[in-house]
Unconditional design. Structure first.
Length: 477
């Protein structure tokens, strides 16, 4: 029996439910960046510690999307989507009423789990229940919903932080969650569980442990130093999880990831390229709100308006650039993204408050151009370089790299910022003087510039896609 919805009204309502869910995902990913300075002041913590508000959320997304997607494919799409909305909404409320930073991080983890459940099932709902002639439009609508959330986040967050309090940036999700839940319950068709297939739960645990321990080391090393027992233990665990994951995936009959994919130079290189771009873009967005409020003396509302510039530029050029890359190839746009990233980080590593009104808009526009050139073309380049029968795995790894790259970028830029302020011990954000802040900001952007140069090198040396077969995958070394 076909699962495709034939009623045109129901098709549109299903797409609306999915789009609202993804709007929440995009909104929450960007609204938090603008309120980080206020959170830092509220709990009297440094910028590196505050970064865990972003990192915990992104880490849950990166670690769970692949796992939840595999579970949803067994016929549990509706229950996972609805469960995701519930978990995300409850986690948001808990974040909004958190009395201390530790509880905020704990509830942020819960919120990230819910967001991963929504993101992992959104596109699958469209693929499963909508006709093929609607699929392109549906996936485009999902992408646009995320973009609208990302665009609205800084402005809404800035207004909330300026005129209410940072708590409302989380509580705003409650009415949206309450509205979407009964609507989605009605419009999404019932689950149709399929034949149970083997699932690599142990491999999933190893992969998540590898990500979590590695990101912890990257962010905390500047606070605890390399000789600290927490860093040594986490580094050791990261290596152990890596070895166990490799062994498990090579020996298990139905692995979570076909690691032979990484034998393909073009696939591995473009996946690393996409990860680097995610690191740089999120690192910039993590530190810019601090710069706008601490160095430029903008209030949160004004800072939010400035942070609208990159996503608006990206939204304008994103679709045309994606179409052009289908005809002209992915490589030219990857090179253009690298050059845009180099130019943006070069501006931010040299900017000072006195020249900010001139250089800041230029840097923000270049950031938007870099993200627009990177988004569709480089994401497609990753999938293009996967063999035909591994396109699904390639797509899942590409999505995972978006969130993992963002988590790593936040951790890396936080670490370089702490190293760059050149003070003894860890200093709360509210206690930093402008000179110390700018030293840390410039040092972080210098690291971003080096990453951008590395991205340019990879973009130049990787060749355009050729047809890749399963035989090549097995025989490549």
């Amino acid at each position: 029996m076909s699962s495709i919805i034939s009623n045109h009204l129901h098709q549109k309502l299903l797409l609306m439910a999915v789009a609202i869910g993804m709007f929440l995902d995009g909104l929450d990913g960007s609204i938090v960046t603008i309120i980080l300075p206020r959170i830092s002041e509220s709990f009297n913590i440094d910028t590196g510690t505050a970064s865990w508000v972003i990192i915990t959320y992104l880490l849950m997304m990166a670690g769970l999307i692949l796992i939840i997607g595999k579970t949803a494919e067994r016929g549990h799409i509706k229950s996972l989507f609805l469960g995701g909305v519930c978990v995300f909404t409850l986690g948001s409320v808990a974040c909004g009423i958190s009395p201390d930073f530790g509880l905020l991080l704990s509830f942020r983890v819960i919120q990230g789990v819910g967001a991963a459940m929504i993101a992992a099932t959104a596109s699958l709902l469209c693929v499963t229940y909508l006709p093929k002639n609607m699929l392109g439009m549906a996936l485009g609508a999902i992408s646009m919903s995320v973009s609208l959330g990302v665009v609205a986040g800084p402005a809404i967050g800035g207004f909330i932080s300026q005129y209410l309090s940072w708590h409302w940036a989380f509580l705003i999700n409650l009415p949206i969650g309450i509205l979407i839940l009964p609507f989605a319950m009605y419009i999404i068709p019932p689950d149709m569980p399929r034949e149970n297939r083997s699932f690599d739960h142990i491999g999933a645990v190893f992969l998540f442990g590898l990500m979590a321990s590695g990101v912890f080391v990257l962010e905390r090393i500047s606070h605890l130093k390399i000789s600290d027992w927490q860093i040594l233990l986490s580094g050791l665990l990261c290596m152990i999880f890596f070895i166990l994951f490799l062994y498990r995936e090579r020996s298990y009959q139905s692995p979570l990831i076909n690691i032979r994919l990484f034998r393909l130079w073009s696939f591995s290189a473009t996946l690393i390229l996409f990860l680097i771009f995610g690191c740089v873009s999120m690192g910039i967005f993590y530190l810019l709100p601090f710069f706008l409020q601490a160095a430029m003396s903008f209030d949160p509302a004004m800072a939010g308006l400035y942070l609208l510039i990159p996503p608006v530029v990206t939204a304008i050029i994103g679709v045309p650039v994606g179409r052009w890359s289908d005809r002209a190839g992915r490589k030219p746009f990857a090179i253009a993204a690298s050059l845009g990233s180099i130019a943006a980080t070069a501006i931010f590593m040299s900017i000072i408050p006195e020249t900010g009104f001139i250089l800041l808009p230029l840097g923000l526009v270049l950031t938007g151009l870099f993200m627009g050139f990177m988004g569709g073309p480089v994401a497609s380049w990753v999938v293009d370089n996967a063999p035909p029968d591994e396109k699904g795995t390639g797509s899942s790894l590409m999505i995972t790299s978006v969130y993992l790259g963002s988590a790593i970028g936040t951790a890396l830029f936080a670490t370089f910022f702490t190293w760059g302020i050149a003070t003894e011990g860890i200093v709360a954000f509210s206690d930093l003087n402008p000179i110390e802040f700018m030293q840390g900001f410039h040092f972080s952007m210098t690291a971003g510039l080096f990453l951008s140069v590395l991205a340019l090198v990879i973009s130049v040396i990787v060749r355009e896609k050729k047809d890749i077969t399963s035989t090549q995958l097995e025989g490549d070394s």
